[in-house]
Design a protein around this ligand. Structure first.
Ligand SMILES: C[S@@+](CC[C@H](N)C(=O)[O-])C[C@H]1O[C@@H](n2cnc3c(N)ncnc32)[C@H](O)[C@@H]1O
Length: 312
């Protein structure tokens, strides 16, 4: 049984869900002591599961404000996969209420494949979730007469279970893993990488971009699709209004996990602007980067960013 060093440095903890954060192994109860209550429920272990054996033990005095901040930031991101596990079964229902969702996935898949010039490409769908983006990628490849090999990668076992239920043929396979540690999965070099709604969730954007760059063949392409409002105050206001009036109320009813969707809302607020993302893509070793936004009410909120790996 793991130890939760921040709460129970000497006693083993019986909680099922543990997260390693900055070298510390924490259960939900231990985590909840370092993060505001609205995040804590994202970490909630399933009903009937015992939590930290020494729940009453006070916080250790050695935690500095800087360390607490670091833990909170890391936990928010690391616990996201646990949050996605919880909403996996309702994820498709939630996004089906967003009329543009599938269309935008299609757009991202097309944007990637328009830069893939082989008939039998190896394609990665990073943060594939319940497989919606994987399905969009497969459909786009088939429309172009390609015979692809597609690997979906996700950190959430629950989301991957949903993806597997989609009944893809053996063109598509799935791997459980973190985008930051892509090289651990020993995947073949990729002709294209798609990452829809992933980057703002990863613990280390730069490490993820470098991992993607390394995984790509020379001259191959990476497309990220994500929300970002940092470059425009009016986009930020529109994003906040839609979240407060539509997304969060629906999340409470359908997903019964308002906390994750609150996290997702905040993660967009906190995410870097597209200009900074483009600079970081170049810093990760891509030769070119271009971006565009979608139409409709998500204009200036949802962006497509495409990077190409240099010749050699
Ligand atoms: C908003 S969903 C998007 C799913 C899918 N791409 C789509 O467009 O429908 C984000 C996914 O990223 C996954 N994720 C978050 N952080 C991750 C990481 N560090 N590595 C791999 N997957 C991650 C989550 O588990 C979740 O399934």
């Amino acid at each position: 049984m793991p130890l939760c060093p921040l709460v129970a440095p000497l006693e083993p903890c019986r909680a099922v869900l543990h997260t390693v954060c900055h070298g510390q192994t924490l259960c939900a109860r231990a985590s909840a002591r370092h993060i505001p209550p609205r995040f804590a429920t994202v970490l909630r272990p399933r009903r009937g599961v015992s939590t930290c054996a020494t729940a009453g033990v006070p916080l250790l005095g050695s935690i500095t404000p800087e360390r607490t901040h670091m833990l909170r930031e890391g936990l928010n991101k690391l616990q996201v996969s646990a949050g996605f596990d919880e909403v996996a079964a309702t994820y498709d229902a939630m996004v089906s209420l967003n009329p543009g969702y599938r269309r935008h996935l299609q757009l991202a898949a097309e944007s990637l494949l328009s830069h893939v010039h082989t008939q039998k490409p190896v394609l990665l769908d990073l943060g594939c979730g319940s497989g919606l983006s994987t399905a969009a990628l497969l459909a786009a490849a088939r429309r172009r007469g390609m015979d692809p090999t597609i690997v979906g990668v996700d950190a959430s076992g629950g989301m991957l279970e949903q993806a597997q239920r989609r009944g893809f043929d053996d063109t598509v396979s799935f791997r459980h893993g973190r985008a930051e540690q892509l090289s651990d999965l020993d995947l073949p070099p990729a002709d294209g990488v798609l990452a829809c709604y992933l980057l703002r969730n990863v613990t280390d954007v730069d490490a993820t971009l470098r991992a993607i760059q390394t995984q790509l063949r020379t001259r191959a392409t990476f497309v990220a699709q994500d929300y970002s409002v940092a470059d425009s105050e009016s986009s930020r206001r529109r994003w906040t209004a839609v979240n407060q009036t539509i997304i969060l109320p629906l999340a409470s009813v359908i997903a019964r996990n308002r906390d994750l969707y609150e996290y997702l809302h905040r993660s967009v607020d906190d995410f870097m602007g597209v200009q900074e993302l483009a600079q970081r893509i170049i810093a990760a070793g891509f030769a070119t980067v271009e971006s565009r936004s979608v139409g409709g009410w998500q204009h200036g909120i949802l962006h497509l960013v495409r990077g190409t790996k240099p010749l050699g």
